[in-house]
Design a binder for this molecule. Structure first.
Ligand code: ADP
Ligand code: MG
Length: 381
């Protein structure tokens, strides 16, 4: 990211200059609705993120300027000092969560700007939190480990922004590594870097610009379905405490004890956990064709079994297949947001043109295109 704008604004507001820190947004190649079932996810940090210039200011206040929103906020660092602007709450939350862990943060000035699209499912919020968690840890020499930095970001969302998210977004932002995705075990929080060097391919997100309106009630119902199936399986297999522990054989045994709908939900989850593991094996062999097939498998499952897709996303998936795209699926919880596509370079232009044109004609709105590369996690520049 170009830092001239941040540098310029910082100087205008604070008359000096500070240190630059960056944290990325993220994609998730495969593994959707697996986190709360104790399964795996496979995120990677991207080459888009949040850039912040920061300098200790010798007061007990934070003075923050959002370059992109052209808004300024000033706030103290005690629990009662919560700022009005929602963007400032991410910074305030990080300061508070550090304090709760015994970290001593003093006043600082900051100007920041990002190129992660807001609310598109690439986690601009995690990029924001991770930037400040990582930077404040360095600047004030707090000695907090990287995992805790991710948890500070997550706790910020929970306690100051009203979003009950998992750990994946912040984890990927902090731990990202160029040329790698990260297989994260959502139960044990163990992780492994998996090579991702898709030579001859591009990764591109297509934003359906559909908002996730149904998402939260539907999400809760999906969780209830998973729990209902676990409860049924447990009667036969007491060792099963999450769908992660179950297999298709166990699911088949309870077919008559659970609703058709719950059965379909669990089938998707059990298959999705396996698809992710298969995709990781394929990645280790550089077999991107198989990875792509797994991505299509995920889309099909999310659309037909988990039923969290929508007309726009299914359309984008169909176009991808017709254009010879290697892998394509809805990314994120569903009901809107982006598809993630693994596209052979020679098919890229045709695919994008066809998708944009067709989408506009069919839905009367323009999808947004975000090409991404896998990059490194939180760092000082
Ligand atoms: P996402 O899926 O991108 O994480 P969220 O709704 O969780 O979407 O987070 C978006 C919020 O994060 C914005 O409303 C804003 O408060 C904050 N934010 C993200 N990027 C920026 C930015 N570049 N400048 C200011 N605030 C930002
Ligand atoms: Mg977010």
């Amino acid at each position: 990211m170009d830092n001239t704008q941040v540098r310029k604004k910082f100087r205008e507001h604070f008359g000096t200059s500070g240190e630059l820190y960056f944290s990325p947004g993220r994609i998730n190649l495969i593994g959707e609705h697996t986190d709360y079932n104790g399964g795996f996810v496979l995120p990677g940090a991207i080459d888009k993120g949040m850039l912040a210039e920061i300098k200790i200011n010798g007061t007990n206040k934070v003075r923050a300027y959002s370059v992109d929103l052209d808004e300024y906020a000033e706030f103290g660092m005690n629990e009662a000092d919560v700022p009005a602007q929602s963007w400032a709450r991410y910074i305030f939350g990080v300061v508070r969560e550090i304090a709760k862990r015994g970290g001593q943060v003093e006043g600082f000035d900051t100007a920041f700007s990002g190129d992660v699209p807001l609310g598109a499912g690439l986690s601009s919020s995690a990029a924001l939190e991770s930037t400040f968690a990582f930077a404040l840890n360095e600047i004030f020499r707090l000695g907090i480990d990287k995992f805790e930095l991710a948890k500070i970001g997550q706790a910020t969302e929970h306690n100051y922004c009203g979003v009950k998210c998992g750990i994946m977004d912040q984890f990927a932002s902090v731990f990202g590594k160029e040329g790698h995705l990260i297989r994260l075990d959502c139960r044990s929080l163990e992780y492994e870097y998996v090579p991702f060097n898709p030579v001859g391919y591009k990764v591109v997100l297509i934003d359906s610009v559909v908002k996730h309106e149904l998402a939260s009630s539907a999400y809760n119902r999906r969780r209830e379905s998973c729990e209902a199936v676990v409860a049924a399986i447990r009667k036969h297999h007491p060792e099963v405490s999450l769908l992660r522990d179950a297999d298709m054989q166990m699911l088949a045994e309870v077919k008559n004890e659970v609703s058709t709908e719950d059965y379909m939900r669990a089938e998707y989850v059990i298959e999705e956990i396996q698809r992710l593991l298969d995709a990781c094996e394929a990645l280790k062999k550089g077999d991107y064709k198989t990875v792509g097939e797994k991505m299509y498998g995920t889309h099909h499952g999310m659309s037909k079994l988990y039923e969290v897709s929508c007309e726009e996303l299914d359309y984008l998936n169909d176009v991808a297949r017709e254009c010879g795209v290697t892998g394509s699926r809805v990314m994120g919880g569903g009901f809107g947001g982006c598809t993630i596509n693994l596209v052979p370079e020679d098919k890229y232009d045709h695919f994008i043109e066809t998708a944009v044109k067709g989408f506009k004609a069919k839905f009367g709105k323009e999808p947004k295109i975000y090409p991404v590369k896998i990059g490194d996690g939180s760092r000082k520049l």
